[in-house]
Design a protein around this ligand. Structure first.
Ligand SMILES: [Zn+2]
Length: 57
């Protein structure tokens, strides 16, 4: 199993099949994708990452 690095690229099937890995990536979010609305701890996991903290301050 070699899932795409960016969870933005996951389709429904990939999310279903890699749900635990997906959960680990989003469990402690630092970044949000401004295109897809997904969140992740690593900016590499998103296609258009923005720091969550920046948006929330
Ligand atoms: Zn994205």
């Amino acid at each position: 199993m070699t899932p795409e690095k960016a969870i933005c690229k996951y389709d429904r099937k990939q999310i279903r099949e890699n749900l635990r890995e997906f959960a680990l990536i989003v469990a402690e979010p630092e970044f949000i994708c401004r295109k897809c609305g997904r969140a992740a701890s690593e900016k590499e996991s998103l296609c258009r990452p923005v720091k969550l903290k920046k948006l929330l301050e």
